[in-house]
Design a binder for this molecule. Structure first.
Ligand SMILES: C[S@@+](CC[C@H](N)C(=O)[O-])C[C@H]1O[C@@H](n2cnc3c(N)ncnc32)[C@H](O)[C@@H]1O
Length: 398
């Protein structure tokens, strides 16, 4: 097993260093150019400064962080060329859509496809209450629709935004090219497969950017992001990990045909494939956040009843010098309890043994300080707290 990832420097090392320009260079007035005629690479280079300067827009109610909104807004403003549209999957209360719309409103070079298609079920779930409370949003009941409220919030952006209430498990997108695909809806394997088979064939080779918003997150189901991006690695090049956030961006380097799509079911991944996938994926995120991928990997191995490999993975985690914050430990406990094969594995009750091992491990390791990945976890959970409501934004304002 390769444990070198624990020692990686905090700089992000992409799985394959770009040898070709990441995005096409600024050219004609219809091409993607920076605000002051900069190339997309220059935009990426300038992003750290942009992150420092960016202020979360008023009324950007969402679960995404300020850095993620900065990435989206500056992409739409400085890079988007109009060769395809922008699609925001799982937009919830519209923070990402609003930031994209601010960027697009300020982008006067892109002449075509000036649309952000924002898709969600817009059906309230109890887990949304906490985010709503922090953002002082209205209270909704489980199952209640908040579609009209999000539409109202985004109305100032007029025709730039199309807010659509759709179930991604059933929706078939129109055959129009997509230049930016922001994904925050891969919350199950069924959804992941549907999103990939429906939307990825619409990506433009050498141009489109896919942002996996859950990539640096630790729930077992986030293995969808990891295993699928590894499986499709010949079609993508790592582009950027938005600092202190879960979002990782990839450039589509090679197009898809439906017939090329490999089997993407969770049971199609062997233990060896999982190992290889995580060797690839952990290099897509900053070193302080690689631990979240290790937790997701453990959860996936357990969910697929790869008990031996899961136990090895757990031992590796336990052997590390770092502790886990309580919420991650709780996810590990949950994954162990939820693995039926762990119970049946041998005489006695291995789950009890495993849980005891986890508690022993937890008691010897101090919880990490609130830095790095811990802060980003807080971002995921709590940065929905937008500035208190003010007048609706001016679509032209930046
Ligand atoms: C974590 S939230 C998205 C947060 C949002 N991107 C933000 O920045 O605030 C995930 C969203 O996925 C949506 N979703 C889940 N399953 C879906 C489905 N089958 N079709 C459409 N949207 C779905 C949920 O309604 C929820 O709003």
């Amino acid at each position: 097993m390769n444990w070198s990832f624990w020692k990686k420097p905090s700089l992000i090392a992409p799985p394959s260093s770009p040898t070709v320009p990441l995005l096409s260079r600024a050219g004609s007035s219809r091409e993607g150019v920076g605000r002051a005629g900069r190339s997309a690479e220059d935009w990426l280079t300038a992003l750290p400064r942009g992150y420092r300067k960016y202020k979360r827009p008023a009324r950007a109610y969402g679960m995404t962080s300020r850095n993620e909104l900065c990435f989206l807004e500056t992409y739409a403003r400085d890079v988007f060329t109009g060769q395809g549209k922008i699609v925001d999957l799982g937009c919830w209360y519209g923070a990402t859509t609003l930031s994209l719309a601010r960027g697009l409103a300020a982008n006067t070079r892109a002449l075509n496809h000036r649309t952000i298609q924002a898709i969600d079920l817009f059906e309230w779930r109890p887990w949304m209450d906490e985010s709503a409370r922090k953002a002082s949003l209205p209270r909704y009941l489980p199952g209640q629709s908040f579609y009209e409220d999000v539409k109202q919030l985004l109305r100032p952006f007029g025709s730039l935004v199309s807010v659509e209430k759709r179930d991604l498990l059933e929706y078939v997108p129109p055959p129009e090219p997509i230049e930016l695909l922001f994904i925050d809806a891969m919350k199950s394997w069924d959804l992941a497969q549907k999103i990939i088979s429906s939307f990825f064939p619409l990506l433009i080779a050498g141009k489109s950017c896919v942002v996996q918003q859950d990539f640096a997150w630790y729930n077992s189901v986030i293995a969808t992001n990891h295993l699928l991006m590894w499986r499709l690695r010949d079609h993508f090049q790592w582009m950027h990990h938005v600092p202190n956030s879960c979002s990782v961006a990839f450039l589509c380097t090679k197009g898809f045909t439906a017939s090329e799509m490999p089997s993407l079911s969770p049971d199609s991944f062997t233990v060896e494939m999982v190992e290889e996938a995580y060797d690839y994926c952990r290099n897509c995120v900053s070193s302080d956040m690689q631990i979240v991928l290790e937790i997701a990997k453990l959860g996936f191995l357990l969910s697929q009843a790869h008990v031996r490999a899961a136990h090895q993975q757990m031992e590796r985690l336990a052997a590390s010098t770092r502790g886990l914050p309580e919420h991650m430990l709780e996810e590990v406990r949950r994954a162990v309890r939820g693995c039926p094969a762990a119970k049946a594995e041998s005489a006695g009750d291995p789950v009890v043994t495993w849980l005891a091992e986890i508690e022993a491990w937890a008691s010897t390791k101090p919880a990490p300080k609130r830095r790095g990945f811990f802060r980003s976890w807080r971002a995921k959970e709590s940065t929905c707290a937008a500035p208190s409501p003010v007048a609706l934004p001016d679509p032209k304002a930046r």
